[in-house]
Design a protein around this ligand. Structure first.
Ligand code: NAD
Length: 376
């Protein structure tokens, strides 16, 4: 199928393929929209079965970034990039040997060649150190360490946004702000999930936890008096709230009718295996906080860097506003009997289209139209 006929390509601004023989770099950068500002979205390094699969992933993700950045009220468009691990690495994205730094420098040059239309950052299997290697070659990388003038680890901010967004859901589902005694099933106790548990425990919630790392769940049992369940049954475990903080597609055709909660609110990306399941959740009376809204703390944290700034106060205020944003989406959903994910997509799209229609679309200086030549 031609890329232009691919449904995921629709509305994309541009897609760029890069290769570098010397380092083995094979990368795709997709720019979905630059209406609200330069397209910001991370770079992931994944062993795809083939380049079609890599293309599909980057197109889907870059569109998602347009929605996420728009809904978070950022002056940023949406884009994303993927790197296919070189054959010399045995296809292993975690390869740490010689050549890794050079590959990320080559990727940095690719980003630089787009003149600031795309801003990259870390994502799956791409570390702060990899981003620092990109930064040797491009001005357009964010998510750098504090020591390098960056905003630092976004996970605590993401966790705070999830906690506040969850509170907005709880207020609507149980008519209270008080988390005391509320049972919350948390899947994944990583950088975000662990901090969400900390906040919930401090607020008096009862935790039910699952992680593939038994030492992590044992620690949660010790420190938070959490009940441990296995990684599959956590999804359908009876509780007031389910917080997916590990991986995507946990709400799918098999699990959607087996959920035993009133609220789904967590940090994982792409929680619904397909968008239509938002309607099933609504019909079951389950309040779902759309993933890209509630987990926007990470991108909010790096947004000042895209303007060459470090501004923790602005970030903290913006994270606090997530509670109202999630609440307004739920209120609209309840009032208009439309799934929360549909309401969120509509708000995000409208902001982009309004800016475009008002002639306020962002343009990098180098793309501005030249003045009309005077005819002789
Ligand atoms: P992480 O890698 O630090 O943590 C993931 C945790 O999930 C780990 O403890 C891992 O052992 C566990 N896990 C993996 N598979 C599991 C399974 N099947 N069942 C239960 N536990 C499992 O990642 P993170 O940074 O905490 O991010 C968690 C999720 O939130 C991811 O989906 C990520 O894309 C998303 N997210 C994170 C951020 C951020 O700022 N870190 C921002 C936005 C979205």
């Amino acid at each position: 199928m031609s890329v232009f006929d691919n449904a995921a390509f629709r509305h994309h601004n541009s897609v760029h393929f890069f290769s570098d023989e010397e380092t083995g770099l094979q990368a795709i950068i997709a720019i979905h929209s630059t209406v609200l500002g330069p397209a910001l979205g991370g770079c992931r390094l994944v062993s795809y079965a083939n380049s079609d699969e890599a293309l599909q992933d980057v197109l889907r993700l870059s569109r998602g970034m347009s929605f996420k950045n728009s809904l978070a009220g950022l002056e940023l468009g949406g884009g994303k990039s993927v790197i296919i691990p070189p054959k010399s690495w045995g296809g292993d994205p975690g390869f740490q040997g010689e050549g890794r730094a050079a590959l990320f420098r080559a990727f940095g040059r690719a980003v630089q060649s787009l003149g600031g239309r795309y801003i990259t950052a870390e994502d799956m299997n791409v570390s702060v150190e990899d981003a620092q290697n990109m930064a040797l070659e491009t001005d357009h990388v964010v998510g750098l360490d504090v020591s390098q003038g960056g905003m630092g680890d976004p996970s605590p901010l993401t966790a705070e946004g999830v906690f506040l967004g969850m509170r907005a859901c709880v207020r609507r589902a149980f008519n209270t702000d008080n988390m005391e005694g509320l049972s919350v099933a948390v899947q994944g106790l990583g950088k975000v999930g662990w901090r969400v548990c900390e906040s919930l425990h401090a607020a008096g919630a009862q935790l039910i936890v699952a992680d593939i790392m038994p030492e992590t769940t044992a620690r949660a049992a010790r420190l938070f008096n959490a009940k441990i369940v296995d990684t599959d049954s956590i999804v359908t475990h009876e509780a007031d709230v389910f917080a997916p903080c590990a991986r995507g597609s946990v709400i799918n055709d098999e699990t959607v009718n087996a959920l035993h909660v009133k609220v789904v609110a967590g940090s994982a990306n792409n929680q619904l295996s397909r968008g239509e399941l938002g309607k099933t959740l609504m019909e079951r009376g389950i309040i779902y906080a759309p993933d890209y809204v509630i987990n926007a703390g990470g991108v909010i944290n790096i947004a000042p860097e895209a303007k060459g700034q470090v501004n923790h106060e602005w970030v903290n205020n913006k994270i606090k506003s997530l509670e109202d944003t999630v609440g307004e989406i739920i209120d609209t959903s309840l009032r208009e009997k439309r799934p929360t994910n549909e309401v969120a997509d509509e708000i995000a799209t409208r902001r982009i289209l309004d800016a475009r229609d008002a002639g306020k679309a962002w343009q990098p200086a180098f793309l501005k139209k030249p003045a009309l030549r005077q005819s002789a």
